[in-house]
Design a protein around this ligand. Structure first.
Ligand SMILES: [Fe+2]
Ligand SMILES: [Fe+2]
Length: 213
């Protein structure tokens, strides 16, 4: 295999490029959009706006997942942990693209604050990464479990006719659960209190704002 030693400078350039692609670009999915096999049922205005608010939250969640994993990977000490994080980030790119597709179908747009969400999540990822690889993986587990829980809430709250958003969220939920299980098996540390509560509080703020902006 052709491997090359990455310098810190290479890693920073890579991180900056990924940030731009996530926030300003339109990264393509590798897997087929799960909504494609579902009918496009017309929603009334209130339903459409509510579904768009929820899908904008999910899109921001995926922007944050990218930022967290890229931030963590940029300071991961072990090559295997770094690979694990970047592989998870690749699957999150599918989620990001599917949510962006659905927002367009709902005549809506991603959050205007995506650069802010990205910067915040990247900083958190760096801070977690600098504490060591056990923490890095512990952070993945906690993030994925919290995302899984909020996807459950959204599956309950989506208008019943919005089967296209629902199809996307169901696959995302399975993926997030697998990401958490894999990180646990790779040696994640359990994060001490109050870190999980602080993460939940930060994500509550994000959800409230991203539903609208
Ligand atoms: Fe995701
Ligand atoms: Fe995930």
């Amino acid at each position: 295999m052709n491997t090359r030693h990455l310098t810190s400078f290479d890693r920073w350039i890579d991180s900056a490029q990924r940030a731009l692609e996530t926030v300003a670009g339109d990264p393509p999915a590798v897997r087929r959009n799960p909504a494609a096999s579902q009918p496009d049922i017309v929603l009334d205005d209130a339903e459409r706006r509510h579904a768009a608010g929820l899908m904008r939250i999910n899109h921001v969640g995926e922007v944050c997942a990218q930022a967290l994993y890229v931030g963590q990977a940029s300071v991961a000490r072990d090559a295997r942990t770094r690979e694990h994080l970047l592989h998870a980030a690749q699957e999150e790119t599918d989620h990001l693209a599917w949510c962006a597709d659905r927002l367009r179908e709902l005549d809506s747009r991603p959050s205007l604050l995506n650069p802010v969400w990205y910067a915040g999540a990247y900083a958190i990822g760096l801070a977690a990464g600098l504490r060591g690889d056990g923490w890095n993986l512990g952070f993945v587990v906690e993030t994925e479990r919290q995302v899984e829980a909020h996807i459950d809430e959204h599956l309950e709250s989506l208008p019943p006719a919005d089967v296209r958003s629902r199809a996307i969220l169901e696959i995302m939920k399975d993926d997030e659960a697998r990401h958490a299980d894999t990180a646990e098996a790779a040696g994640a540390r359990r994060l001490p209190m109050p870190i999980p509560q602080l993460m939940a509080a930060a994500s509550k703020v994000m959800k409230t704002v991203a539903y609208r902006i």
